[in-house]
Ligand binder design. Structure first.
Ligand code: COI
Length: 331
C-alpha cells in the first residue's frame, strides 16, 4: 500500500513520518494543496489524504478515478468544501476525522470569552505602551452569566463541562438531543429561545450552508442587550457585518471570532507587511471588544497528531476492509 498526503504543514510532518514507520506503510508527504495540477503526483498511489480550506476542485476526482484511486481521507472534520456529487460520480469514498480533540476547541472558546470578559485585548495593548491604568477596562464575571451553547456534539458538550466548572448557568440547543444534556435539563426548545435568554451565545455547529446564518441583524435584535457571541465553528454561521455593527452600536458587548466567513486565503498566512484589503476584518481587529484569531481553536499538539494519524488509519481501513468508522455518507 502506498499513500500520498497533501497540504502537509511542517507541524504535521513528524506525526505522519512516525505513523509511516510504525505501520510500515509508505506515505509520500506533499506540502502542495490538492488541485487539478498537483493531483498528477498521486498517480501510482492507492489513497489520498489531504487537508485544505480551499474548495476541492471537481476535476481532482475525475483524475483520481482515472488513476484508480477511490478513497480520499481528510485530516479535518469539515467536509463543506468537498463536491459530493463528483465523488459519487467517480465512485470515491470520503473519510474525515470527526473528533480529533473536542477539548482543544472547547478550551479555546472559553479562553476567548475570558479574554473578552476581562478586557485583556485592550489591557495588553495598554501595558505594551506602559500604560498601567485600570479604567476603563473593568471586567465581567463568567459565573454570573447564562451561557447558551448552540450545538451539543462533542465540542459543545466539552464546552458545557468547562462553563459549568466556572459556575455559569448553561442552557443548550440542538436539533439532535444528547441524553446526558437532556438528563441535566439544559435544553431549551428552540434556537430563538436560546438566543433570547443567553448572555453568551457560543456556536458549536457545522456550516448550515451559504446564507443560512444563525447570527444576523434579525436574530441579534432578539438577543439580550450586551450579549456576547463566540464562534469557533464556521464563519458562515454569522453575518459578520451585522455582528460588527451590533458591537459598534453597543447592542452587543462583543464577540470572539476564531472563524470568519471570508477567512479562506487569509487565515494562516503572514500579511504583516501589507495593508489588509478586507476592511471589515481590519475594523474588527482594531475593535477592543472583538477578539479575532485565525482559526486556531483546533491548533494543539494533541489535535494535530490525531488529525494526522486518524486520517491515515481510516484510509487503511477503507483500503483493507472497504469501509471505516469515519466514512462520510455522501448520498
Ligand atoms: C476542521 O477540522 O474542519 C476545522 O475547522 C479545523 C481546521 C482549521 C483544521
Amino acid at each position: 500500500m502506498k499513500l500520498i498526503d497533501y497540504g502537509v504543514r511542517e507541524d504535521e510532518r513528524p506525526y505522519i513520518e512516525q505513523w509511516s514507520k510504525e505501520n510500515n506503510i509508505e506515505v509520500k508527504i506533499v506540502s502542495d494543496l490538492l488541485n487539478p495540477e498537483t493531483i498528477e503526483q498521486a498517480n501510482g498511489y492507492d489513497g489520498i489524504v489531504a487537508y485544505q480550506q480551499l474548495p476541492y476542485d471537481p476535476a481532482i476526482f475525475d483524475k483520481m478515478n482515472e488513476y484508480g484511486i477511490h478513497v480520499l481521507s481528510l485530516r479535518n472534520v469539515g467536509v463543506d468544501n468537498v463536491p459530493f456529487d463528483t465523488l459519487k460520480k467517480n465512485d470515491i469514498k470520503l473519510t474525515n476525522v470527526p473528533s480529533y480533540s473536542p477539548t482543544a476547541i472547547a478550551e479555546y472558546s472559553v479562553t476567548g470569552l475570558m479574554i473578552l470578559l476581562r478586557s485583556m485585548k485592550s489591557m495588553i495593548r495598554k501595558v505594551d505602551k506602559h500604560n498601567f491604568l485600570w479604567a476603563p477596562d473593568i471586567g465581567r464575571e463568567l459565573n454570573e452569566l447564562t451561557v447558551g451553547v448552540a450545538g451539543t456534539g462533542r465540542i459543545g458538550r466539552a464546552a458545557i463541562k468547562i462553563y459549568q466548572g466556572f459556575g455559569a448557568k448553561v442552557i443548550a440547543f440542538d436539533k439532535y438531543r444528547n441524553p446526558d444534556i437532556e438528563k441535566q435539563g439544559l435544553y431549551v426548545d428552540t434556537l430563538d429561545e436560546l438566543l433570547k435568554n443567553s448572555d453568551v451565545v457560543t456556536l458549536h455547529l457545522p456550516s448550515l450552508g451559504k446564507g443560512n446564518t444563525v447570527i444576523n441583524k434579525n436574530t441579534i435584535a432578539e438577543m439580550k442587550d450586551h450579549a456576547i457571541v463566540v464562534n469557533t465553528g464556521r464563519g458562515d454561521l454569522i453575518n459578520t457585518q451585522d455582528l460588527y455593527d451590533a458591537v459598534v452600536s453597543e447592542k452587543l458587548y462583543g464577540a470572539v471570532l476564531d472563524v470568519y466567513e471570508n477567512e479562506v486565503g487569509i487565515f494562516n498566512s503572514d500579511r504583516s507587511n501589507e495593508k489588509l484589503e478586507d476592511q471589515l476584518l481590519s475594523n474588527m481587529i482594531d475593535n477592543p471588544r472583538i477578539i479575532v484569531s485565525p482559526h486556531i481553536a483546533f491548533y494543539t499538539t494533541t489535535a494535530v497528531k490525531n488529525m494526522a494519524t486518524i486520517s491515515l488509519n481510516s484510509m487503511v481501513d477503507e483500503l483493507k476492509n472497504g469501509t471505516s468508522n469515519n466514512e462520510i455518507d455522501i448520498n
